[in-house]
Design a protein around this ligand. Structure first.
Ligand code: MEV
Length: 333
């Protein structure tokens, strides 16, 4: 087997969805950007066949046998559920290479968890990339995306794939489920403020709630989906023209559509309205909603004012820089 003993370190970025979350699950394209918060995975070989995974930031660790049996170590309560998607990402890469190596995996992340910024996808993507590099000295982005998508199925139940796609490829993308990605050119001055409500939520539960709404009200849901499709088409045109005002307006409309499918809440609405009042060009929730984060598009230089307004309204705010680079190998001695 080619490759090296290790350790290999890979990192992958978080994301914000500018347009199309939830609707992307039903075939509407999403417009999504990678941002400069990253998850890191450090991998080395073991002498046995165990996949030992440590997440020191969360105080949990444990080992999986190659067939997925879990042996807890630290933080027993809930540790298996948190570590399992990481094991799935490893297992998919091992399967694709036809090997059953034992590995030590350590993951760390500066991405808020369960906040709509794609932390689970970034962890799975960086893990898959580091394992693949360790065992084959190659970074095959398609393979990494597919391995992370399998991991995401455990977390998000029926994921569209938008989170692992942006974390793998980086930059600004149009992502269509089952079709793939198209790189978009960002207008130079895309200044975004992220506001975190601090409320954790489950993407899987929110996606399931939207599915239940679709089954209960199919005709209403299909009208909303049509509006979302049109909205994304308009947003793509506005991006192409570099028309920030139109983009902001469309973000407001997108937030309205997300409210109409029940995934916003009072905390998100409060932050969205405070950002608009402080002069944002537009604001909306980002990701699955139900808590987590919102984003505001601002005129260049206005970020601090809007961030302050979000904080005064009870959120934690930061300016997000776009990250052109998706997954990358950080160290492979
Ligand atoms: C989560 O970041 C985005 C959702 O549309 C779910 C998905 O597309 O997998 C809510």
């Amino acid at each position: 087997m080619p490759g090296q003993v290790g350790p290999v370190v890979a990192s992958a970025p978080a994301k914000v969805i500018l347009f199309g979350e939830h609707f992307v699950v039903y075939g509407v394209p999403a417009i999504v950007a990678a941002i400069d918060l990253r998850a890191r995975a450090r991998i080395s070989r073991r002498d046995d066949e165990l996949i030992r995974i440590r997440a020191p930031d969360l105080g949990i660790s444990g080992s999986f046998s190659q067939d997925g049996h879990f042996l807890p170590e630290l933080g027993r309560e809930g540790a298996e559920g948190t570590l399992k998607p990481i094991f799935i990402a490893v297992r998919e890469v091992l399967r694709s290479l036809g090997v059953s190596s034992g590995l030590d995996v350590e993951v760390r992340s500066s991405i808020p968890i369960a906040a709509g910024l794609g932390s689970s996808a970034a962890v799975a993507v960086s893990t898959a990339a580091a394992v693949h590099w360790l065992l084959s000295r190659r970074l095959d982005r398609e393979l990494v995306f597919n391995a992370a998508l399998e991991a995401e199925k455990l977390v998000h139940i029926t994921p569209s794939g938008v989170d692992p796609a942006i974390s793998t490829y980086g930059g600004l993308l149009r992502y269509t489920k089952g079709v793939g990605i198209e790189h978009l050119k960002a207008p130079g001055q895309l200044e975004l403020v992220v506001g975190d409500t601090g409320l954790k939520r489950s993407t899987g539960a929110l996606v399931s709630a939207v599915r239940a709404l679709r089954d209960r009200r199919p005709s209403r849901f299909s009208s909303i989906l049509e509006a979302a499709m049109e909205l994304v088409a308009e947003a793509l045109q506005a991006l192409g023209r570099g028309d920030l005002e139109a983009l902001g307006e469309l973000m407001d409309v997108n937030h309205g559509l997300l409210c109409s499918i029940g995934v916003s809440n009072e905390a998100l609405d409060r932050l969205v309205h405070s950002a608009r009042r402080a002069g944002a060009l537009g604001a909306k929730l980002t990701g699955a909603g139900g808590g987590g984060c919102m984003i505001a598009l601002v005129e260049p230089g206005m970020g601090q004012d809007v961030a302050r307004a979000i904080e005064e309204a009870g959120g934690r705010a930061f300016l997000a820089k776009l990250s052109l680079e998706g997954v990358r190998i950080e160290a492979a001695p």
